[in-house]
Design a protein around this ligand. Structure first.
Ligand SMILES: *Cc1c(COP(=O)(O)O)cnc(C)c1O
Length: 432
């Protein structure tokens, strides 16, 4: 399978290059040249298959011979080492819990599979890559955890000092080994600026192999298709029409859902549920895309004014705005509505969601399911990652998973730096 840069379909690269480079020279995102349809026999058997079996069939059909079957099985075995249960709240309402990975957010799924691909592609090479990521919280910890101890890879994380939660900071700064955490005196944008400067610095690029592993990497997108199949599988034989609500920021998660549908998964509608950063719901209504300035909300992992995967969504639909709006309904909610939704889930179903999942649930309510439809909302983070908001809206204490309790006892190891680029440059060039 070849991968196209969607800014320039003439530029074709291998899976290896698409994954290791992350983004093409003309800042285009990579997409597979063709999205394969899975055979009828696969769907007939789907309800009997495990998550790992599904992951193998789906990724095999997409990757072909780019990764040998035995290697692919190994990558899946390591990456998907936790369950993704579909829980029933009532006859028509289900929640897909994506937060049972080591950093308690759905980003573990993508990051861990991608880390496996990196390791495979670098295994027979005598070189080392340095992954540089700026993070506002969840992405950095998922990447750090996924790449910890992976051969041939070092990870450098930049995070804004005082602007990530205490728990997130522990997740970023306690790994050690091949993970270096840099605490930047500045905000998230300053961290991103530093990353951009590093990527365009001539000396750095001459001396080290720098790559980004951010959310636009195709290696993170593919594994996110697995759990859409797994969700439908868990509904059993002959489910009713399926409506899936996806809490969205950069729209990688929803894009993966659209790819799953293209591969043949019977999903009747998707809901693009956002917070006040609602450029995509607006587009789905008006057909016009106007990225906005980022607005800060209590569902902060979705605070994205200009979602990077929007161009992929358009590409899947060949730019046909009408067809996109037929398949996806866009709905958005402000912070008070999010709090209400958290409270409602707890009151009606004794279910304690996090703010992101609560927005997806609100989306199903806004959509208005009929009797012959089944609604699934994606729960993307563990409520313990946002204890204050969740406790305020439910009146119930959030229980910390034991892994988090242990984490809070570990000692933070971070290098404090200013937003002066020369300091980052020195650290990168001297990294051991
Ligand atoms: C990243 C994130 C999202 C948004 O996912 P996208 O793929 O960027 O749309 C939603 N919820 C949580 C908890 C996240 O960490």
């Amino acid at each position: 399978m070849l991968y196209y840069s969607i800014n320039n379909p003439k530029e074709k690269v291998s899976l290896r290059e698409a994954v290791l480079k992350s983004i093409s020279g003309n800042s285009g995102l990579y997409m597979p040249s063709k999205i394969p349809k899975l055979p009828a026999a696969f769907f007939k058997n789907l309800h009997r298959m495990s998550l790992k079996e599904i992951a193998f069939e789906v990724s095999k059909s997409m990757l072909g011979d780019d990764v040998p079957s035995s290697e692919l099985k190994k990558i899946i075995e390591v990456a998907l080492s936790f369950p993704i249960p579909l829980k029933k709240l009532n006859e028509n309402l289900f929640v897909l819990e994506l937060f049972h990975g080591p950093t308690l957010a759905f980003k573990d799924v993508g990051a861990r599979f991608m880390a496996g691909l990196f390791e495979y592609f670098l295994a027979n090479e005598n070189r080392e890559v340095i992954i540089l990521v700026a993070t506002s919280g969840d992405t950095g910890s998922a990447i750090a955890n996924a790449f910890f101890n992976k051969k041939g890879v070092k990870v450098v994380i930049l995070y804004p000092s005082g602007k990530v939660s205490p728990l997130q900071e522990k997740q970023l700064t306690t790994m050690g080994g091949n993970i270096t955490a840099l605490e930047v005196k500045g905000n998230f944008d300053d961290c991103q600026d530093l990353v951009k400067k590093a990527f365009s610095d001539e000396k750095i690029n001459r001396k080290i192999n720098l790559t980004s592993a951010n959310s636009i990497n195709f290696g993170r997108l593919l594994p996110q298709t697995f759990y859409y199949f797994h969700a439908v599988a868990q509904l059993g034989k002959n489910p009713k029409r399926v409506v899936i609500s996806v809490p969205s920021g950069n729209f990688g998660n929803l894009t993966a859902g659209l790819i799953a549908k293209k591969m043949g998964l019977p999903v009747y509608k998707f809901i693009a549920a956002t917070n006040k950063n609602h450029s995509v719901p607006d587009f789905l209504k008006s057909g016009k895309f106007k990225p906005g300035k980022t607005v800060f909300t209590i569902s902060n992992a979705m605070d994205v004014g200009n979602p990077s995967n929007f161009s992929r969504m358009l590409y899947i639909y060949k730019g046909n705005a009408q067809q996109i709006s037929y398949d996806i309904k866009g709905l958005w909610y402000n912070d008070n509505q999010t709090r209400q939704s958290i409270g409602e889930l707890y009151k009606k179903y004794s279910y304690q969601p996090d703010p992101h999942g609560a927005i997806a649930y609100a989306g199903l309510n806004g959509f208005g399911l009929t009797k012959n439809q089944t609604g699934i909302f994606l729960e993307t983070a563990h409520p313990a990652k946002f204890p204050m908001e969740v406790e305020k809206s439910t009146g119930k204490k959030v229980t910390l998973p034991s892994s988090l309790k242990k984490l809070l006892l570990l000692k933070k190891k971070a290098i404090k730096i200013s937003k002066e680029f020369s300091i980052l440059k020195k650290i990168l060039l001297e990294l051991e």
